[in-house]
Design a protein around this ligand. Structure first.
Ligand code: BGC
Length: 931
């Protein structure tokens, strides 16, 4: 590793530690249980002190880290905290004898909890000998392809964990529980334990990345005062969440909760079922908010509210930070509104005891507008501010608020309705269903739930609308000119227009450019997710470089084994509520991407936490779209400043992992716009996003990857997006007008919708049309026009023009030389270079091959992966200890597929060939080098 990279990774890790501490949320802290005082010895229970989860699994977590700090190490390194070493060594022995179960190492194979050590009386006696305080660490992972389950070991604690808590609380009167989890979990044990009163502290430490153990120790020791706040509501029961009845539908998932998701639901209809409210989190010190005043600037729809708040640290012992949250209440009007919606927030700097800081938070009134999807106000398809009283509230959680006086009045009144934005109907559901709406208001201020029918289109209406809309916006084709010797750099230097450049590309060039290759393409940084752009000699000749995309939200994933810095999970990042900090840390991420020659990180993930069991919530930020948008914006702005970019994903409504590739997210246009699209809208309009990944699922019948309204009408038309759009890996498409069955080969529909790149065909498959897609046929039958294809090519090139790839020298078929040795080891069998080797790659393997004549050899493979489509597996090939390629194959469900991979220069002699598993799951039928 060069010095520059080493220095960056060092600085980045220090920053990651700060973030991992700042996102920890303290929910309970009685009798000053925390922080642990100097001289107090703590008995730490739970195997996750050693097997500390640094993130979830799958593409959002597979970062090869240079090192990791678990909780035990973090605590041991901390100078204030003394831990019970005898107990720690019992755990070390247990973990040694019961090693971490990774489920075999395959894709999504890791169990979501690890076998816990049963606690005996002897263990308790040992712990009690010298410790007065106890801490129990409980862990859960999560990941792609499956949701959490409302079972023991899933959302709930299992028997051994409960027993551990029972035993510890029976013997210690001062117990802290640390939740090292990917997502919120059931907390009913807080009411059920026999000695529940002995649990004095509870904190969600989430999963803090590779520096997570240090971050946790910083908070437990009081070096850092906790300042994280919940980005989700924790309800008493899982059934209390309004999406619960529809979550995990097999083929259809009805969004009946509509816009009443998370606290928007609980504050309006069901306050009493909330255990910990949205925005809640304690500190070691106390804050008071005073001199809260509101005023307005501007007129009509340009009005902005400005709320000034003075925050004081009124504690005596600890410095700390506070988050001021501003919620609004819009009049119920015709549309119905949640009683509270987050309108703005700000975090103080570190305030010493007694210190104050004034915060000023601006909220444009337009942010408070609601979308009228049914013409209820007489303004169909408009964002409107209904007439009536608007209220603002300031506080430090959705439950701890005070009314803000605006221009000396308790409310701000609109005498008549204001249309903020006139749009058009998009992605309208064609299935009839009912959504919830506030009915009668009760004495306690809560509303009864009523139901109303969601506005729908008939299939014919919808198809007519789409046909007409697509025809109206059909791009004109640029006449194909052939090679005019215009290179992409000439467009960058403004010598030629992008249109003139694209006009040179042949139909074949255009087909190739909309196919990405991967995973682990040898054309880009090893072990990354995709190569796209200049994937043929012809495209390279036009000066289009190969761009590289790599997972994922919490750090760079390189399956080759190359290391990178791992940040905490998305939920922890958002729990900081500190957009400045997140932007700063992602500047370093951007620099790390640049050093690794990666043009875009496949993150941030920004789907809404619709239900606590969603398997990928950990990659995402919150149940609130505004907070989600602000966090994603901080990430994309940071990455840009660092020199690379982020890919916002998964656009849109990929809200469950079960059947994620097929389940239809069926929702009203209002819910779509106000909740699920809102975060994306913020980051596109304000976060200069230039790369976006569509979701696997259909929305109201049309797959995201071929959804014209999603990718064209809304994204580019309404929001003005000019970047690239890519599919999720091996996504399926259907007809953008008529819907219908899903197909992996319908790249034509993808292009028509203006989703620009299909991710991914096999390596070297872009030119060979590796997936046998329908582009050529659709062009010849007139289903697709050259103009539509050129439009995607332009979007791709626009992205590349600003990407780091433009600065890298264009590599045309670079062939690496591998030196032979003159003798193989005496005891091994040596195979001729061209012979087939068959191997299961669940175990590493070493073979010797003999090359009898020097020359260029291509690696040819026949492989299968018994898992399902999006399961990913990979291995590395080395020749005489030198890295050749990272080979990747997604699930083929047992089907054998051929892959032509890298070309190498071999000399006469012997080579030791190592096959090193990086993610188990591939069977090799043939592996040979041919001339
Ligand atoms: C995930 C994406 C990820 C891609 C590439 C897919 O399974 O849904 O989020 O970026 O794989 O690894």
């Amino acid at each position: 590793m060069n010095e520059k990279k080493q220095q960056l990774m060092h600085d980045f890790a220090q920053f990651a530690r700060i973030v991992s501490a700042e996102g920890i949320v303290l929910l309970k802290n009685e009798n000053n249980m925390l922080p642990i005082k100097s001289g107090e010895e703590v008995a730490v229970f739970g195997r996750c002190q050693i097997d500390y989860y640094r993130s979830g699994t799958g593409s959002g977590g597979s970062v090869n880290v240079p090192y990791r700090v678990n909780a035990l190490e973090g605590l041991r390194k901390n100078e204030t905290i003394a831990i019970n070493e005898e107990l720690a060594s019992i755990y070390e022995t247990f973990v040694q004898e019961n090693p971490f179960d990774n489920g075999g190492g395959g894709w999504a194979a890791e169990p979501w909890f690890q076998k816990e050590m049963p606690i005996t009386d002897d263990v308790i006696q040992i712990a009690k000998k010298t410790s007065v305080k106890a801490m129990v660490i409980i862990g859960r992972t999560a990941g792609e392809e499956q949701d959490n389950k409302d079972t023991q070991g899933g959302y709930r604690l299992n028997y051994t964990e409960i027993q551990m808590l029972e035993m510890v609380t029976a013997s210690f009167e001062k117990v802290a529980v640390v939740l090292n989890v990917a997502n919120i979990i059931d907390m009913s044990w807080l009411d059920a334990l026999t000695h529940k009163e002995h649990i004095l502290s509870v904190l969600y430490s989430w999963q803090g990345g590779m520096e997570g153990g240090n971050g946790l120790a910083d908070v437990l020791s009081g070096e850092v005062t906790p300042s994280g706040k919940l980005t989700d509501t924790i309800a008493y029961n899982i059934e209390d969440y309004p999406s619960h009845t529809n979550f995990e539908g097999e083929l259809e998932n009805f969004y009946q909760e509509d816009i009443y998701l998370g606290y928007r639901y609980f504050e309006t209809f069901a306050k009493s079922v909330v255990r910990y409210p949205f925005g809640f989190g304690l500190s070691y010190t106390e804050f008071s908010l005073h001199s809260i005043t509101g005023r307005t600037e501007g007129q009509g729809k340009e009005t902005t509210f400005i709320v000034d708040v003075t925050v004081q640290n009124c504690g005596a012992n600890y410095s700390g930070k506070e988050i001021v949250q501003i919620y609004y209440e819009a009049p119920q009007g015709e549309l119905g509104k949640p009683l509270r919606q987050l309108g703005g927030f700000a975090k103080t700097g570190l305030l010493a005891p007694g210190q104050t800081q004034q915060l000023s938070i601006s909220i444009p009134i337009a942010r408070m507008a609601s979308y009228d999807d049914g013409g209820y106000t007489g303004n169909k398809s408009c964002y409107v501010l209904e007439a009536g009283d608007y209220r603002l509230f300031a506080g430090n959680s959705v439950r701890s608020l005070e009314n803000v006086v605006i221009n000396t009045k308790p409310t701000y009144t609109l005498d008549s309705l204001i249309v903020v934005e006139k749009l058009s109907v998009v992605m309208c559901p064609t299935k009839e269903f009912k959504r919830i709406k506030p009915g009668h208001m009760n004495e306690d201020g809560e509303f009864d739930i009523t139901y109303e029918s969601v506005p729908v289109h008939s299939h014919t209406e919808q198809a007519d609308l789409m046909r007409e809309r697509m025809a109206r916006h059909m791009p004109l084709a640029c006449e194909i000119t052939g090679d005019q010797n215009i290179k992409l750099i000439d467009v960058k230097n403004k010598k030629y227009t992008l249109e003139a450049f694209i006009a040179q590309l042949s139909q074949e060039d255009l087909e190739v450019i909309v196919r990405g290759e991967g995973m682990s393409s040898p054309k880009v940084t090893s072990g990354t997710a995709s190569a796209f752009g200049g994937l043929s000699e012809s495209l390279l000749r036009f000066g289009i470089p190969v761009a590289c995309a790599a997972d994922g939200p919490s750090g760079i994933r390189m399956d080759s084994g190359e290391t990178a810095t791992q940040l905490p999970i998305g939920t922890l990042l958002a729990s900081t509520w500190n957009t400045q900090l997140i932007e700063e840390v992602y500047v370093l991420e951007g620099q790390e991407l640049l050093l690794n020659e990666i043009d875009t990180l496949l993150g941030p993930g920004m789907n809404i936490h619709r239900h606590p069991l969603n398997g990928r919530n950990f990659e995402y930020f919150s149940e609130d779209p505004f907070l989600t948008g602000c966090m994603a914006k901080a990430v994309t702005l940071g990455l840009k400043k660092g020199g690379s970019t982020g890919t916002i994903k998964h656009f849109v409504a990929n809200d469950q992992e079960h059947n994620r590739r097929v389940v239809d997210s069926i929702m009203s246009e209002r819910a779509l716009r106000e909740i699920h699209l809102k975060g994306f809208e913020i980051v596109v309009k304000e976060g200069s996003a230039s790369s976006l990944m569509t979701a696997y699922n259909p929305i109201n019948g049309i797959f995201a990857a071929s959804n014209y309204d999603l990718n064209t009408t809304v994204l580019r038309g309404e929001w003005g997006y000019t970047g690239v759009v890519m599919t999720d890996w091996w996504a399926t498409m259907n007809d953008p007008v008529y819907g219908g069955a899903a197909s992996l080969k319908d790249t034509s529909s993808m292009v028509r919708s203006q989703n620009d790149v299909f991710m991914v065909v096999n390596n070297f498959g872009a030119e060979a049309n590796g997936l046998d897609d329908n582009l050529t046929e659709s062009l010849s039958t007139g289903v697709l026009t050259i103009g539509e294809l050129q439009r995607c090519a332009m979007n791709i090139c626009k992205f590349i023009l600003d990407a780091p790839a433009m600065e890298r020298p264009i590599k045309t078929s670079e062939v690496n030389f591998f030196a032979a040795v003159q003798q193989a080891l005496p005891e091994v069998i040596t195979y001729p270079v061209g012979i087939d080797f068959t191997a299961s790659t669940n175990v590493d393997k070493t073979l010797w091959i003999e090359v009898d004549s020097e020359g260029y050899y291509n690696l040819l493979l026949t492989m299968k992966n018994d898992q399902w489509d999006s399961a990913q597996a990979s291995f590395n090939i080395l020749l005489n200890d030198k890295f050749v390629a990272n080979i990747q194959l997604n699930g083929t469900m047992g089907r054998w597929v051929k892959q032509k991979n890298i070309c190498v220069h071999l000399e006469t002699g012997f080579y030791k060939m190592d096959i090193v598993i990086t993610k188990a799951g591939i069977d090799i039928g043939t592996l040979k080098f041919i001339k």
